[in-house]
Design a protein around this ligand. Structure first.
Ligand SMILES: Nc1ncnc2c1ncn2[C@@H]1O[C@H](COP(=O)(O)OP(=O)(O)OP(=O)(O)O)[C@@H](O)[C@H]1O
Ligand SMILES: [Mg+2]
Length: 267
């Protein structure tokens, strides 16, 4: 299988009154076209900033200060850190989509779910009218929302947390991205709903043949959902490997301590 994304020596820093914070400090990894990669690590270890750097969504006082993000699309390779903002906009949301922790803050409360998905579909797929609306309903059906017409006409606050997160996934997948980055997509949900949303993500990843980067602080979720893992600490990758390797032979003391904090049934 070929590489989809290669990240080389990525560095993202924040200027603060106490000096620079190296949120992402020389991080390199790659993901295959149909790969499932997990990024795990304690709070503040740089997981989200790594994801946001890939999409070039770092706002001041943050800045990507070094590295390459090579994105393989059809038969060309582009460095996402070198292309123009208009070119980046054609990739963001279309080729690389992201789902955040709390869908309530990602959806705009004053527009219906359907209109927000419609906007993405119109922008990236050039569809209009009936054809665009059909795509919206298809996306909601894909994430197993029953009665998608009704949900599409509803507002974000009218949905349960789990449904909102499904609708968020529908929006992210409506353009059939090559890569989906899910940053703690289920942390705000209760455990049963969490498992359903993760199963759905995994199923859709296989069905659509896309790559998935799943960010979580929960090693139990990693074991269930991905094949490869990166363990981050203080902006660096301290360990990487297959899920099996990491669970059976953790090398870094930090990974060992993460594993020790897991309930027994997951290991
Ligand atoms: N706007 C900012 N200004 C200064 N430092 C920041 C800013 N945003 C993030 N950081 C720093 O970057 C580092 C990495 O943050 P990041 O959000 O990537 O952590 P994380 O691993 O996603 O944590 P969590 O599990 O809590 O989501 C942290 O030390 C954080 O304090
Ligand atoms: Mg985070």
């Amino acid at each position: 299988m070929s590489s989809l994304l290669q990240i080389k020596n990525l560095k993202t820093h924040f200027e603060t009154s106490q000096g620079p914070v190296k949120a992402v400090d020389d991080v390199s990894f790659s993901i295959q076209r149909d790969g499932r990669l997990g990024i795990v690590g304690e709070s503040g270890s740089g997981k989200s900033i790594t994801a946001l750097s890939i999409l070039r969504l770092i706002a001041s006082p943050g800045k990507i200060v070094g590295g390459e993000i090579l994105f393989h699309s059809q038969d060309t390779v582009v460095d996402l850190l070198k292309i123009s903002e208009p070119d980046m906009r054609k990739i963001r949301g279309k080729k690389i989509a992201m789902v955040f922790q709390e869908a309530m803050t990602s959806f705009n409360p004053v527009f219906t779910i359907g209109d927000q998905i419609l906007e993405v579909v119109e922008l990236h797929q050039g569809l209009k009218g009936q054809a665009a609306w059909k795509k919206v309903i298809e996306s909601l059906t894909l994430v197993k929302i029953s009665d998608p017409e009704r949900v599409a006409r509803g507002y974000p606050h009218e949905l349960s947390g789990g449904m909102r997160q499904r609708a968020m996934i529908a929006m992210a997948l409506s353009c059939q991205p090559d890569l989906l980055i899910a940053d703690e997509p289920t942390t705000a949900l209760d455990v049963t709903i969490q498992a359903q949303v993760l199963d759905l993500l995994k199923e859709l990843q296989q069905k659509m043949g896309m790559a998935l980067i799943l960010i979580t602080h929960d090693l139990g979720i990693i074991a269930e959902t991905v094949d490869e893992v990166l363990v981050m600490k203080s902006g660096k990758i301290v360990e990487s490997g297959s899920v099996l390797d990491i669970f059976q032979k953790p090398k870094h003391p930090y990974t060992q301590s993460l594993l020790k904090s897991l309930p027994v049934w997951t290991v």
